[in-house]
Design a protein around this ligand. Structure first.
Ligand SMILES: C[S@@+](CC[C@H](N)C(=O)[O-])C[C@H]1O[C@@H](n2cnc3c(N)ncnc32)[C@H](O)[C@@H]1O
Length: 281
């Protein structure tokens, strides 16, 4: 059987003590789009679970009554859109990653539901079959990929076009504190289901941006380790900034909570959930 050592980058030293990464810069190849490789392990490593927890939060917020139609934006591998479709909600998914949408489409086919998937950046104001929808969902800090005010506003305006006046948006975003202090600078090893991930995070104060360089080692059925690297960038956003961007793009902010709780956010909140209503007409 191939050893994980064969696949590890040469600048990872694992003994003795904690894993140390020497920053030669060689281990990170930035020749892929974010999620090109990650799409293949997203569900296997449990990343889809948080979106489903957000969906339960939204269902409670809607007092158990699903809207008739929901567009799940930045839908990833489609677990939220497919879960909604299985509950009789007319739904669609939008994402800019072809690899993630391929997984979403497989999932819908396996579940026997018909969900249109649209490949687009939200900032490009996509047209989506069945628009306008009664609600939009945008889960698992997807809009933290917006690195500037204008970028965030373009995405929120793109979502506003998809929702009817009076319809709602439920989304979550990581705060500035969360990206700066919790992601911060560090190295983390993650292991699950025959998959080893090395996450290196850095905080860039001048841009208020946190970078995440992922190196993943995935054991294939023939016992070889396959490696991929991806570079992700996220900016933390605070409720005041998100509220201003929502107001500028046709939304009225109705509610903010500390993560999945029902409590208001605090200065130390890592994640904030937002509910906004589309102003009309
Ligand atoms: C962390 S995943 C979340 C996926 C899904 N919402 C979930 O709950 O599992 C972030 C997703 O957002 C998508 N994404 C990020 N920014 C986007 C944008 N501006 N337009 C469209 N998709 C975007 C990525 O391609 C990725 O699939």
């Amino acid at each position: 059987m191939a050893s994980i050592k064969d696949a590890l980058p040469t600048n990872v030293l694992s003994a003795p003590g904690p894993l140390v990464l020497l920053d030669s810069g060689e281990s990170v190849r930035k020749d892929r789009e974010p999620y090109d490789g990650y799409a293949g392990i997203y569900d296997r490593t449990g990343q889809g679970r948080f979106g489903l927890r957000m969906l339960l939060w939204a269902r409670d917020y809607w007092a158990g009554a699903w809207p008739e139609s929901v567009v799940d934006v930045a839908c990833g591998t489609g677990q939220v859109a497919v879960a909604l479709a299985l509950r009789g909600v007319r739904t669609a998914g939008v994402d800019r990653s072809e690899a993630m949408l391929a997984r979403a489409s497989d999932r819908a086919e396996r579940a026997g539901v018909d969900v249109p998937w649209v490949r687009s950046d939200l900032a490009e104001c996509p047209d989506v079959p069945g628009m306008p929808f009664d609600a939009a969902t945008c889960f698992y800090d997807a809009l933290n990929t917006c690195l500037t005010e204008s970028g965030l506003e373009r995405c929120l305006a793109g979502i506003a076009r998809l929702v009817r006046p009076g319809g709602e948006l439920v989304m979550d975003m990581i705060t500035d504190h969360g990206i700066r202090e919790v992601w911060g600078h560090g190295v983390e090893l993650r292991e699950a289901a025959g998959i080893l991930g090395v996450w290196r995070s850095d905080w860039h104060a001048s841009r208020r941006v946190g970078t995440l360089d992922l190196s993943y080692f995935v054991r294939s059925p023939d016992d070889h380790w396959k490696r991929f690297d991806e570079h992700h960038e996220h900016r933390g956003w605070d409720p005041v900034e998100v509220g201003a961007a929502l107001a500028a793009t046709g939304w009225e902010l109705l509610r903010t909570t500390e993560g999945l709780s029902l409590d208001p956010p605090t200065a130390d909140s890592y994640r904030v959930v937002y509910v906004a209503r589309r102003r009309g007409p």
